[in-house]
Design a protein around this ligand. Sequence first.
Ligand SMILES: C[S@@+](CC[C@H](N)C(=O)[O-])C[C@H]1O[C@@H](n2cnc3c(N)ncnc32)[C@H](O)[C@@H]1O
Length: 167
Amino acid sequence: MGSDELTTDLQITMRKKWDSKEERYFGIGIFRPKTEENLGSLWRTAYIYGAQFIFVIDAKYKKKSSDVLKVWSKIPLFQFESTEAFIQTVPYSCKIIGIEMDKKALTLDHYEHPDRAIYLLGSENNGLPKVLKEKCHELIALPGKTSLNVAVAGSITIYDRITKMAK
Ligand SMILES: C[S@@+](CC[C@H](N)C(=O)[O-])C[C@H]1O[C@@H](n2cnc3c(N)ncnc32)[C@H](O)[C@@H]1O
């Protein structure tokens, strides 16, 4: 193959429109998680179903010996000291989606996930505080009369995202 042909191929590749699948990412995290088990379970789901990162706000996490997949080596856990520190890091063109049973929440079954999303869950004790809910671009609620376990709520949301986006 001559160098002219090579240049042409390269130019065609560069002109090619990006596949919209390449313009997507998501992360998920919990505000003040109470148990490391819940965080560990969510981390595992997040890794297996393609999240780029996981995070906690106002909590510390220590590596667990029960973590057989060594998820810490697969996707990073970011630890934000405060709500403000978290808000400051939200990237351009990325939505914060609060997962919460709230009057204003959209129902998950009809929800269309944004390409770039940060999903935010509340603490086991008190859920998401008002100040954080107000920072969310959207709130979504899963069906059920009473609340689910936080890791389960996060895992169902992730599964919903990947199945809808695969269509
Ligand atoms: C155990 S729940 C918190 C319950 C807390 N006692 C309250 O009344 O707010 C922990 C977190 O799981 C998530 N969660 C649980 N069930 C949910 C549902 N049906 N819809 C949306 N989020 C849910 C929310 O992020 C919630 O903050």
